[in-house]
Structure formats: structure tokens, C-alpha cells
Design a protein around this ligand. Structure first.
Ligand code: BES
Ligand code: ZN
Ligand code: ZN
Length: 491
């Protein structure tokens, strides 16, 4: 999708659809747009459109040069960044199905408690995301038409619009990998994708295969992958454009290319969904590309733990005791609790970078869906400042986080009778928090750390107004925002 700007007035732009946001049934237009407001109200008279979030309606117009007006609801309550980004994605999706190709949108609207620059970033990124479709699975896909969005007004911010374009395109490109199934997006293929970035970007990329993981004692990651014919890979992407000597931020993503559960096999229903178990890593992969594209100053290291969890004669058995990278022993009571084994090795390994902070992102527990549904991801950690920063970044970037506690009792619950720790809690309660407590045992000393459980937010199970079924890349927008916020604070 092409993003362009114009200082022509809304009335004078020729395009297929002029997108107008509404608050309830009220169109959000500038105060001098009385005639247009009237036309919209008139044309809405015979429609039941209520302006609830992401509801779209296409109207005729005799006032504008645009072929249609495309109204989209931002809800009836306080409008948040997520409403804006979802609303424009929804309008673009609805518009494309109705045959529209060229869209226009005001570069500023009243009633919004949002910086213009942020608003324009959300618009462009959301529009591009709304135009995304996963086509790699079809033998004869219909080509996506050429699309264009024009920002209308005198306040277009070149930098925001260019960042929107970069971020949107990166999200789309990475979504193709995230939506690909386990037979295609293998650890090897993900490593190849990452390596290709070393030529197309300024990121440096290093991958460690099975032999190298054996050498550095990655007992957790090897135990998870030993039942699979696809070897594991730890993928390290480094961003440091200014060659800064500052300690880096480390971002870690669970990248399980398929989670069958292993010997503790999952039930068959919906098992195909478990291709999504790599989505933590996919959001880190997108974040690293965005930081590169935006030339963010701060040094950041992204690490993906890519492995496949399969049952096999050589697979890890429930009850096996393994030795982790940091020397701790773990009793694997359930081979389906594999994500924490991978993350634990990488968390302790990342100590070698003396990180300023560590954030891991993972589709770690079904329990987080019991707690929060699909409405928010859980954030856990013991550094209040870090958690607060992430919560703030989440609301500005349109990705919701909700903090869950990390009480000492949860780690107690993860102790084993036969090894230092078990990968399953004794009590069977607080699944998300006990998983995080397990991870907390592997954090390098005195390092601020946060864990984001995205099991409920990383994937849409069915088509939504704002995106087709599949990967959401939850985490990428918020982590990019967080690092940009930190960069500003650091100046
Ligand atoms: N990848 C899953 C998490 C998951 C489960 C996401 C169900 C969505 C739906 C993870 O590896 C897993 O299987 N976790 C287990 C842990 C349990 C065995 C302690 C779970 O949540 O059931
Ligand atoms: Zn699992
Ligand atoms: Zn898993």
C-alpha cells in the first residue's frame, strides 16, 4: 500500500472511499465541516449503523469528489489508540471487499487525546495491516490489488508516515512467516529468514545449531527438540547502529514451530493451531526489523529459541531429569510445558550481554486465556518500573497488557522432589504465574526482567473486521514503542 499526503480539502480529493471515523453515530470531522456532517446525518437516517467499534458503512456522497464515504465506528466510549488502529484496518478491509482501491483520511481529527504524530503512525500502520492477506498456502492466489491511502490536511508528519509505512510492511512480511505451518516454517527456515535480514538490513545475525547448543549446555532447548527431525536453532539478531557501548536490552521470543505436546500429547481438537506457538519469536523478529528500519539509537539484542516439540522414540519422557544451561536440574513432568525449558536456557545465557533489561514474549500457557481471555496479554516480573513502562507502551501502541502477580509461593510450587525444579506446578493452580516463577529462577542476577504471556492475543481464530484469521504479531508494536520511549527518555 502506498501512503501519500495532500493539502487539498477533503471535498476536492478524487478517490474510491473517504474514510471517516465516528464516535457512536457522530462523524469526527473538523468544526468547519458542517455541510459534510449534515450530508452524513441525512444519509444515515435510514440505516441502523450505531458506530460500535469497527462497524463500517459505505455511503454515497454528492458533496465530495470521492466515490463513497466509508464510515467506521471507534466505539461509544473514550477513544484509545487501539480503536484508531483497528478502525482503519476494518475500513480498509471492508473497502477492499467492496472494490475500493484508493482511500483518503483526515490527518487530524478533534476529540482525540493523541499526539498528531502518533495518530498518523497508527493510521498508516493499521491501513497496511488491514490490507494483509496470507496467500502462501494457496496454489493460485488472486493477486492483491495496488492500494493507496492519502492523508488529507496541513498537518501530515513525514516522519510518522514514513515510520508507519516501514512498520506496516515489516508486520506484513513477518506475518507470512508467522502464519506458515510447521512443515514450512521450521527452525531452519526461520533461521534462513533471519540470516537474509543480515544482507537487507543493518542487523547482525548469528544462528546456533544443535551441535553448538550441545556445546553451551542448552539442556532445556535440546530436550524439547530431541523428538523432532527438525533440529533446533537459537537465532540472535543484534541492532546497534551507533556502535554504542551501552548495555543492550535483550528481547527473547519463544519460537516453537509446532507444539504437539510431545509425549504428553495434546488432544487432537484444534491442534493445527499450535503452529502459532512460534509467535513470541515472530513478534521479536518484527520488532528487530522495525528498530533497524527506524534507526533507533539504543542497542537491542533479539533472541529466538526455535524448536519443534514432537513425540518420538527419542523424545523426552515425563519424569526425565535434564540439566539446564545454568547448571540447574529440572524434572520434566509434562513435556507439553516446553516453552519454559527453552526460555530458561536463553534467559540465563543472555546474562553474558550484561543486559540493561530483559523482556521475554511467549505463547506460554493456556491458563492466561482462562484468566484474561483474548482481551489482553499478561505481564509478570519483579521490576515495577519496567512493568509500568511496558504497560504504558502497550496502551499507546494499542496492545493491551494486564499485570499478574509473581508471589514467592509460586516458585515454591515449582520445586521438585527429585531435581532442583519441576516444569509443572505441584498445585496445578495459577498456571501463568507459576510458569513465570519458573522463568524467574533463570534470570541473570540484578537484571530487570518482564515476561509477557501472549497465548491469548497472538492469534485470531476467525476473521475479524480488522484482520483475517491468523497471527496478530502482538508484542511487536508495543516493544517498538517501549524502546522508542526509552530512547527519548535517555536523551
Ligand atoms: N503452547 C502451549 C500454551 C497454550 C496452551 C496456548 C493451550 C494455547 C492453548 C504451552 O506449551 C503449553 O502447552 N502449556 C501447558 C502447560 C501445562 C502443561 C503446565 C498448558 O498451558 O496447558
Ligand atoms: Zn506445550
Ligand atoms: Zn508451547
Amino acid at each position: 500500500m502506498k501512503l501519500s499526503t495532500t493539502t487539498l480539502s477533503l471535498e476536492k480529493i478524487t478517490c474510491d472511499a473517504c474514510i471517516i471515523f465516528t464516535h457512536g453515530r457522530i462523524p469526527l470531522l473538523k468544526t468547519d465541516s458542517g455541510a459534510l456532517k449534515k450530508e452524513i446525518q441525512q444519509r444515515l437516517k435510514n440505516h441502523s449503523f450505531s458506530g460500535k467499534t469497527n462497524e463500517c458503512i459505505k455511503l454515497e456522497t454528492s458533496l465530495l469528489k470521492a466515490k463513497h464515504i466509508l464510515l467506521v465506528g471507534c466505539g461509544k466510549d473514550h477513544i484509545e489508540p487501539r480503536n484508531i488502529e483497528q478502525a482503519i484496518s476494518s475500513a480498509i478491509r471492508a473497502g477492499i471487499s467492496a472494490g475500493c482501491r484508493h482511500f483518503s483520511i483526515l490527518d487530524e481529527i478533534p476529540k482525540l487525546n493523541l499526539a498528531t504524530a502518533t495518530y498518523q503512525l497508527l493510521l498508516g500502520r493499521g491501513a497496511i495491516w488491514g490490507s494483509y492477506q496470507y496467500l502462501l498456502g494457496k496454489s493460485n492466489p488472486k493477486p492483491t490489488p495496488l492500494l493507496r491511502l492519502t492523508y488529507v490536511g496541513n498537518n501530515s508528519n513525514k516522519n510518522s508516515i514514513s515510520n508507519a509505512k516501514k512498520q506496516g510492511d515489516i508486520l506484513k512480511r513477518t506475518a507470512d512467516l508467522a502464519n506458515s505451518p510447521g512443515n514450512i516454517a521450521t527452525p531452519k527456515q526461520i533461521a534462513a529468514f533471519a540470516k537474509s535480514l543480515a544482507t537487507s538490513t543493518q542487523l547482525t545475525v548469528q544462528t546456533l545449531g544443535k551441535k553448538e547448543l550441545e556445546k553451551i549446555g542448552f539442556g532445556g532447548m535440546l530436550a524439547v527438540s530431541q523428538g523432532s527431525s527438525n533440529d533446533p536453532s537459537m537465532i540472535i539478531l543484534k541492532h546497534n547502529p551507533k556502535k554504542s557501548k551501552k548495555s543492550p536490552i535483550v528481547l527473547i521470543g519463544k519460537t516453537v514451530t509446532f507444539d504437539s505436546g510431545g509425549i504428553s500429547l495434546k488432544p487432537g481438537k484444534n491442534m493445527g493451531w499450535m503452529r502459532y506457538d512460534k509467535c513470541g519469536g515472530m513478534s521479536i523478529l518484527a520488532t528487530m526489523q522495525m528498530l533497524d528500519a527506524m534507526q533507533t539509537d539504543l542497542p537491542v539484542i533479539g533472541i529466538l529459541g526455535a524448536a519443534e516439540n514432537m513425540p518420538d522414540a527419542s523424545a523426552t519422557r515425563p519424569g526425565d531429569i535434564i540439566k539446564m544451561h545454568d547448571g540447574k536440574t529440572v524434572e520434566v513432568l509434562n513435556t507439553d510445558a516446553e516453552g519454559r525449558l527453552i526460555l530458561a536456557d536463553i534467559l540465563s545465557y543472555s546474562g553474558k550481554y550484561k543486559p540493561e533489561a530483559i523482556v521475554d514474549v511467549a505463547t506460554l500457557t493456556g491458563a492466561v486465556i482462562v484468566a484474561l481471555g483474548h482481551a489482553a496479554s499478561a505481564a509478570l516480573g519483579s521490576d515495577k518500573k519496567l512493568i509500568d513502562e511496558l504497560l504504558t507502551a502497550g496502551s499507546s501502541a494499542g496492545e493491551r497488557l494486564w499485570q499478574l502477580p509473581l508471589y514467592a509461593e509460586y516458585l515454591e510450587d515449582m520445586k521438585s522432589d527429585f531435581a532442583d525444579l519441576a516444569n509443572l506446578s505441584k498445585s496445578g493452580t495459577a498456571g501463568t504465574a507459576t510458569a513465570a516463577a519458573f522463568l524467574s529462577a533463570f534470570i541473570p542476577p540484578d537484571t530487570p526482567w518482564a515476561h509477557l504471556d501472549i497465548a491469548g492475543t497472538a492469534w485470531e481464530m476467525s476473521d475479524k473486521p480488522y484482520q483475517a484469521a491468523g497471527a496478530t504479531l502482538f508484542g511487536a508494536r508495543l516493544l517498538t514503542q517501549w524502546i522508542c520511549d526509552r530512547e527519548i527518555e535517555n536523551r
